[in-house]
Design a protein. Structure first.
Length: 387
C-alpha cells in the first residue's frame, strides 16, 4: 500500500466528529488544530470500506446474527499476531473496552472495594471506578529521564488493599510495552494477594521496533486463570465510532460468573456494521495494517528529529507502542494552567492535558500522531510559538 494513502488530508469538521467538532467545549475555541482523542485521521482499509458499502447498498439494517465467523476473526487475529490461542466460547462481545471494564467492575466487585490503577494513565479509568462507587487506588509509575518503570514496593502495598487491578498494556499515555519480567512480577503479586487482573490490551497491535506485546494471559496456565483481557479492533483499524470491543475470560468459573451477570443486559447485539467491519479488518486488511504501523512510526521519527533540532526544551517519552506521544514541557517552568493556556492560545493546538491522566501527569501533554505528515508538521511548527 502506497504511503500517499496515509498522506491524504480528509476534512472531518462538520461531520459530528468528536476530535474536530467538540473543540469549543474541550478547549474554549474552535481555532485549534486538534490532535487529542485517540482515533486516526486516516481512511480505513479498503476491505472495511467495501463491506460497509455493501451493507449500505443492501439497504436493510435489521437484526443480525452473531455467527461463528466473527469469533473466528478474533481467534485468527490473536493467534496470528500474538501467538495466543483463544476459544470462541471464551469471548464476549461488548460495546467497547470502557463499557466492558465497567461491566467487569460490577460483576466482580462491590461498592467500596479497592481498584488499583497505574498513573499517569488513560483517564476514563478514573471515572469508571468512581462512577461505580469503588475505591480508587493508585500506583504512580516512576519517571526517570522520560522513561517509566514500576514502583513494585508501592505496587504490592496497594494490591494488598485491592479487589481488582486494572493493567494498561501497552500503557497509555507513557507508551511502555511491559517486559515479560515486569508482567510476571505484577501477575505474581496479584496472585499472592488474590487480586483479579483486568488487562486493557486495546493498543497491543500498535507496537514498534523489536519490541513485542505479550498478552498477560499467555504467561502461564496459572496466570491465565486470574486474568480477564479487554481488546478491540477500534484503535488498530480506526473503528472507534462503531462501538465494538470484546472480553476474553479463560477461567471457567470467572467466565460463568460474568456470563450470568452480562446476560441480563443483552449487550452483545451490536450492529451489523461493527461485526462486519471487524471481520474485514482482522481477515482482509493486513497490508493496510502493516503500512499504517510504518507510517505512524515514521511520523514519530519525524517528531523526534524536529523536537531535537527546533524545540529541544520539549522532551518526550520514547514511543514503544500506541500512536500517542507523551510530551514533557517541564523545562518551561509553567503551571499546568499556564501550560494549557499557552498551548491553546499561542500554539493553537488541542492536545491532552497531562493532569487529566492523574498523579505524574503535571507538566506533560499528550499528542496524537496518527495523522497525515503535513498535519503533524503544522502542529510541531505551531509549538514554536511557545518559545
Amino acid at each position: 500500500m502506497e504511503k500517499t494513502f496515509f498522506d491524504e488530508i480528509i476534512p472531518r469538521r462538520g461531520t459530528h466528529c468528536l476530535k474536530y467538532d467538540d473543540c469549543m467545549h474541550r478547549f474554549g475555541t474552535d481555532d485549534v488544530l486538534p490532535l487529542w482523542v485517540a482515533d486516526m485521521d486516516f481512511r480505513v482499509a479498503p476491505a472495511i470500506t467495501r463491506v460497509a458499502e455493501n451493507i449500505v447498498k443492501h439497504g436493510i439494517y435489521g437484526y443480525h446474527l452473531r455467527t461463528d465467523r466473527y469469533y473466528h476473526a478474533v481467534t485468527h487475529w490473536l493467534q496470528s499476531h500474538h501467538q495466543w490461542k483463544v476459544q470462541p466460547d471464551e469471548i464476549f462481545f461488548t460495546p467497547g473496552v470502557v463499557p466492558a471494564i465497567s461491566y467487569l467492575i460490577q460483576a466482580f466487585t462491590q461498592p467500596g472495594d479497592g481498584i488499583l490503577i497505574q498513573t499517569p494513565v488513560y483517564y476514563p479509568f478514573f471515572s469508571v471506578i468512581k462512577q461505580n462507587r469503588r475505591k480508587l487506588l493508585t500506583n504512580q509509575l516512576v519517571e526517570k529521564d522520560n522513561y517509566y518503570s514500576i514502583d513494585f514496593e508501592d505496587f504490592e502495598q496497594k494490591v494488598a488493599q485491592a479487589k481488582v487491578f486494572i493493567l494498561c498494556s501497552p500503557h497509555n499515555p507513557v507508551s511502555r510495552v511491559w517486559t515479560e519480567e515486569e508482567l510476571k512480577r505484577m501477575a505474581e503479586i496479584c496472585l499472592k494477594h488474590k487480586v483479579l487482573i483486568i488487562s486493557d490490551e486495546i493498543h497491543s497491535d500498535i507496537v514498534f521496533g523489536e519490541r513485542r506485546h505479550r498478552p498477560l494471559a499467555t504467561l502461564s496456565d496459572v496466570v491465565k486463570e486470574n486474568i480477564i483481557t479487554c481488546h478491540s479492533p477500534s484503535k488498530t483499524f480506526n473503528l472507534a465510532g462503531l462501538g465494538l470491543g470484546y472480553v476474553i475470560i479463560q477461567n471457567v468459573a470467572l467466565r460463568q460468573r460474568f456470563h450470568d451477570y452480562y446476560a441480563v443486559f443483552y449487550a452483545e447485539g451490536i450492529n451489523v456494521f461493527a461485526y462486519e467491519t471487524m471481520a474485514a479488518a482482522y481477515m482482509e486488511s493486513e497490508e493496510w495494517y502493516q503500512a499504517m504501523l510504518q507510517y505512524v512510526y515514521d511520523n514519530y521519527l519525524f517528531l523526534k528529529a524536529y523536537l531535537a533540532k527546533e524545540l529541544p526544551f520539549i522532551r518526550h517519552t520514547p514511543l514503544e507502542a500506541t500512536y500517542l506521544v507523551w510530551l514533557d514541557f517541564r523545562a518551561l517552568k509553567l503551571s499546568d494552567a499556564e501550560l494549557r493556556k499557552a498551548v491553546i492560545e499561542r500554539a493553537k493546538l488541542g492536545i491532552n492535558d497531562g493532569p487529566t491522566f492523574g498523579p505524574g501527569g503535571s507538566g506533560f501533554q499528550r499528542i496524537n500522531i496518527a495523522c497525515p505528515r503535513a498535519i503533524l508538521a503544522e502542529a510541531l511548527h505551531r509549538l514554536k510559538q511557545l518559545t
